[in-house]
Design a binder for this molecule. Structure first.
Ligand code: PMP
Length: 304
């Protein structure tokens, strides 16, 4: 018999798939890690579990305490799962604009969701979370936007998984950035193993990495309004700024052609991979991350 005793054991070791429906230059291949196979449906299950485990190990969090985190949703779902595992309470502060599905899932996992006005962006949610932390005794701030455990999550799990699954044959790593934890941690691991790898970061229009102004975008989960302290621009070998239009076109296309139901940040990552592939030498392996699925965006009109 092969089974697990707790849902937390199902986090990580997600499938890796080769993208095969595009005619790419000869010998160029694209692979994608399907992070929606995590039990909470996104890459952030890894983060929730890692952040709380480290906090427990360092004595900063104890059973029965309350975690408070500003989150666009997937981190909330991941942390809500981890809160069950570690027996703590969870409160999430989420700007109104983010998907109802994600907010409903956080509540379904026993968490409380506090909404802040869309106009105040992620910064507004961060400030509200700080207020709550001052009011609530025995509270802990996982702090995905400042905690170096965020990139460490991916340095210790996603990076090694990709390296092993592709026998170290990776030439270009492409990933979107919201907090930038996925990109930084995975890139740091891969560059240590493969000094010549090209690490490519992906943002939507309305994000600041390529010198643009912070602004609104429909692509959810990626885009930066400020640079977290663990971001090191030396790892940005290239920055792709992808329009909502291109991200949504690609996610619909790959749903029809390959049966992959991916979210908009995955659509942006796919478009960036295709741009890299166009100019790549024969024999180039490109690998990317599909952080979540389209299912949690149906009501926001992802396929319309
Ligand atoms: N895609 C989606 C759907 C996400 O929810 C997130 C996290 N906000 C990301 C990509 C980016 O991950 P990171 O915060 O590690 O940059």
């Amino acid at each position: 018999m092969k089974y697990v005793k707790h849902v937390s054991e199902l986090i990580g070791h997600t499938p890796l798939i080769e993208i095969t429906s595009y005619s790419l230059p000869k010998g160029v291949r694209i692979f994608a890690k399907l992070e929606y196979f995590n039990p909470g449906g996104s890459i952030k299950d890894r983060l929730g579990q890692f952040l709380l485990k480290r906090a427990f190990d360092e004595g900063k969090l104890k059973e029965g305490w309350t975690i408070v985190e500003p989150t666009a949703g997937n981190t909330g779902v991941g942390l809500a799962l981890a809160a069950i595992q570690f027996k703590v309470n969870a409160i999430f502060v989420t700007p109104e604009k983010f998907s109802l599905e994600k907010q409903t899932l956080m509540r379904a996992l026993g968490a409380t969701v506090v909404n802040t006005p869309t106009a105040f962006g992620m910064q507004g949610a961060i400030e509200k979370a700080k207020e709550l932390l001052e009011e609530i005794p025995h509270s802990f701030y996982p702090g995905q936007f400042q905690n170096f455990a965020n990139p460490d999550t991916y340095y210790e799990s996603l990076g090694p998984e990709l390296y092993e699954e592709l026998d170290g044959k990776i030439d270009i790593f492409v990933a979107g950035a919201g907090s930038g934890g996925t990109f930084m941690g995975t890139s740091r691991f891969l560059k240590e193993k493969l000094p010549h790898i090209k690490t490519v970061i992906v943002e939507p229009e309305g994000s600041i990495l390529n010198g643009g102004e912070a602004g609104s975008h429909r692509t959810e989960g990626i885009g930066m309004e400020f640079l977290p302290p663990f971001i090191d621009r030396d790892y940005f070998d290239f920055i792709h700024t992808i329009s909502d239009k291109d991200a949504f076109f690609r996610l619909a296309e790959i749903g029809r052609n390959e049966g992959l139901l991916i979210g908009s940040s995955s659509g942006a990552a796919l478009e960036a991979c295709l741009r890299e592939a166009k100019q790549a030498e024969p024999g180039t392996n490109i690998v990317t991350i599909f952080p979540d699925s389209s299912e949690r965006y149906i009501s926001s009109g992802i396929y319309e």
